[in-house]
Design a protein around this ligand. Structure first.
Ligand SMILES: Cc1cc2nc3c(=O)[nH]c(=O)nc-3n(C[C@H](O)[C@H](O)[C@H](O)COP(=O)(O)OP(=O)(O)OC[C@H]3O[C@@H](n4cnc5c(N)ncnc54)[C@H](O)[C@@H]3O)c2cc1C
Ligand SMILES: NC(=O)c1ccc[n+]([C@@H]2O[C@H](COP(=O)([O-])OP(=O)(O)OC[C@H]3O[C@@H](n4cnc5c(N)ncnc54)[C@H](OP(=O)(O)O)[C@@H]3O)[C@@H](O)[C@H]2O)c1
Length: 387
């Protein structure tokens, strides 16, 4: 279903300074994860969205991280620096705050540090990292570090503000699958965000954008630059079609939107949701919504896979296999099949399970099953939004 024509002056190049009006923990105390529900108010923006679209968010870096870099360089922040592909200088502090990624150093800065270091121990360590035999060591070393770590470890190199900037990449907006339907929430957008927190090189790290939303955006006050990223991913235009939605973890976000959307439109097609996460007691995201949809008959089937409630892992694809005959009946009867969430492992494994189910239940050879799934994709009946 297409969204109303976008008449907004706001876009990726001119993001809307939205207010976040809600920041609520979805995972419960004791969870191994921190997954949050955000509400972003679009009132006055002229922006439109549809179920299946994503919201782009431009984050700012953590002030403590900016201050640390200034301190390690002996800079004030007032220095003028030039960013790549720009013509006007900007103050160094502004560049570090909202224009540059403070993570992701590459070999190039190790080379620069090696050429500038004056302390013998630092020079030796840098030279050791740059030998042809140390390629893997260097990759592991860089994976564990952000720019501030390198400035701390190699202080004698004394980079200038511009020299550091020349090694940094632009801070990019992050996309989040929209977890609400415009039919129910025309002037706000809901997001389901896993907050990235981990530890490397003996330092606590934060994902830039997820921690910006959770820790630095003040509800109701901080202007948060956003844009709508329109997608081909979306529920079938024909509400009579059945939908199978596989969305473990934050992958559930767009399917909350799909089901809201189809319920609001009075779509007659059935909805089958596969959700999974670590533990039922703490990670059943939007439990009340799902149980209500189920009670109202808006979700015909809800199959849940808790990976850490027992010794062996149970994943969404295991639930698919357990229900292979019915899944095949839905697919062969014209259902749409959707997957959202982790691209590296989950989406591949779900794809394998789908092929197996099509082959076994459809009585097809491996090659025929591949062709069948290819056709599903061509017909837009197999869609993925994975990251
Ligand atoms: C179309 C699309 C839709 C998306 N939808 C959602 C969504 O609905 N919800 C959602 O939460 N996310 C979603 N994402 C992912 C989201 O865009 C961000 O990538 C995510 O929030 C992380 O961004 P960040 O800025 O917080 O972390 P970053 O600062 O980008 O840090 C992430 C990086 O940290 C490193 N890292 C993370 N964990 C560890 C670890 N344990 N050990 C070592 N290194 C680690 C990895 O290098 C990783 O790439 C979506 C992405 C796309 C492309
Ligand atoms: N770097 C990575 O490899 C990686 C992988 C996944 C997610 N992430 C990131 O972690 C954050 C949180 O992710 P999320 O909340 O969306 O969920 P998630 O961490 O992907 O986990 C959701 C559920 O999927 C399970 N799972 C793990 N591997 C699976 C597989 N191969 N097939 C099916 N299910 C599988 C998890 O189980 P268990 O955890 O108990 O195994 C968990 O129960 C996101 O930012 C995401 O991008 C990173």
């Amino acid at each position: 279903m297409s969204a109303p024509a976008d008449t907004s002056v706001y876009s990726k190049d001119n993001p809307f300074p939205a207010k976040v009006t809600e920041n609520r923990l979805l995972s419960k105390p004791g969870s191994g994860k921190e997954t949050r529900h955000f509400v972003v108010n679009l009132a006055g923006s002229g922006l439109h969205y549809k179920a299946g679209d994503s919201l782009g968010v431009f984050p700012v870096n953590r002030p403590e991280d900016v201050v640390e870099i200034l301190h390690r360089l002996g800079a004030t922040g007032e220095e003028s620096v030039m960013l790549p592909r720009t013509t006007a200088p900007v103050p160094f502090r502004d560049a570090l705050t909202s224009k540059l990624a403070l993570a992701g150093p590459t070999r190039k800065i190790v080379e620069t540090l090696a050429s500038k270091a004056t302390h013998a121990d630092e020079k030796a360590k840098l030279a050791g990292l740059l030998t042809p035999e140390s390629k893997e060591v260097l990759t592991a070393f860089l994976d564990e570090r952000e720019f501030a770590d390198l400035l701390e470890e190699f202080p004698s190199a004394r980079l200038t503000a511009q020299e550091l900037v020349d090694h940094m990449r632009r801070l990019m907006p992050r996309l989040y699958s929209i977890a609400s339907s415009p039919k129910v929430f025309p002037s706000e957008i809901h997001l389901t965000v896993a907050i990235v927190r981990y530890r490397t090189n003996n330092r606590d790290r934060l994902g830039v954008c997820s921690s910006f939303l959770s820790d630095r955006v003040q509800v109701g006050t901080t202007p948060t630059p956003v844009f709508v990223s329109h997608s081909h991913f979306g529920p079938p235009a024909d509400g009579g079609k059945d939908c199978i939605m596989v969305g473990p973890g934050t992958g559930i976000a767009p399917f909350r939107a799909f089901v809201q959307d189809r319920a609001a439109a009075g779509a007659s097609g059935r909805n089958w949701v596969f959700f999974g996460d670590q533990k039922k007691a703490t990670d059943f995201l939007y439990e009340e919504d799902w149980l209500e949809h189920q009670a109202k008959g808006q979700v015909a089937r809800l199959d849940l896979a808790w990976s850490r409630d027992q010794l062996h892992k149970i994943y969404v694809q295991d639930r698919m296999r357990e229900n292979a005959a019915e899944l095949w009946a839905w697919i062969n009867g014209g259902a749409y099949f959707y997957v959202c969430g982790d691209a590296k492992r989950m989406a591949k494994d779900v794809d394998t399970a789908l092929h197996e189910i099509v082959a076994e239940q459809g009585g097809l050879t491996h090659e025929q099953a591949i062709d069948y799934v290819k056709q599903l994709k061509k017909d837009k009946r197999y869609q993925r939004d994975v990251y």
